[in-house]
Design a protein around this ligand. Sequence first.
Ligand code: DGL
Length: 250
Amino acid sequence: MNKNPIGIMDSGIGGISVLNKIRKLLPQENYIFYADSIHNPYGNKTKEELEKIVDEIMTQFLKRQVKLVVVACNTATCQVISYLREKYPQILFVGTEPAIKVSFDHYREKSTLVMATPGTIQSDRLMELDHTYHQKSRILLSCDGLAEIIENQELETLPTYFENLLKPIDCKKIEVVVLGCTHYPLIKEEIEKAIGHKVIFIDGSDGISKRVRQLLVENNLKNPQITQGKLSFVLTNPNTKKVIEKYLEF
Ligand code: DGL
């Protein structure tokens, strides 16, 4: 039993889509959400740059004695989760990666579009997932600039952005969309509008919440209190607060 908080980090507001799911499953836990908006986007940073960034975040988390860290960012997970696990062996980490396995397990016959940042699309981990869970019809789409649009709430630019992005794709055929960046679940409606019809969305947040619960139980780290836990924030850009409030579910 342990009352220490769970640290959740992202390059900004995207991790809220993960935080919402985890808090729903584990409401009695205490949480620190680290929104690193000042370094957004992570999607076009090098591995070395990201290692430095996550070290800064870990310094803050360790000061606050977190018991587990959720890397609520596909890009950081694909690029630096092994680095984190090696450098901080005393901490339990849960990463986020494009839910290609889930789409393969449930919808392998369906035509699938994987949307992610350039950093994730180009990562070895994504290549590995694509290869291991090989599917007849899967498009990997690098969505350069999309996480920034969402982070900066420039949502009025989305129709033009998607028009250009989706031009080379035959959207009529798309049945499943894997949201490989935690910012993207925040604009599901806009994505569906751009594709032009209803699709099945898949993201990693269900799996992540269950994995967090499993690790807490296995390591006897659950918070014994029965009332709702505390939620606090570290915001590298204080203006992010308003946007977080918009997407926070409870
Ligand atoms: N939300 C992040 C992800 O899941 C990062 C987006 C970015 O900063 O480029 O990849």
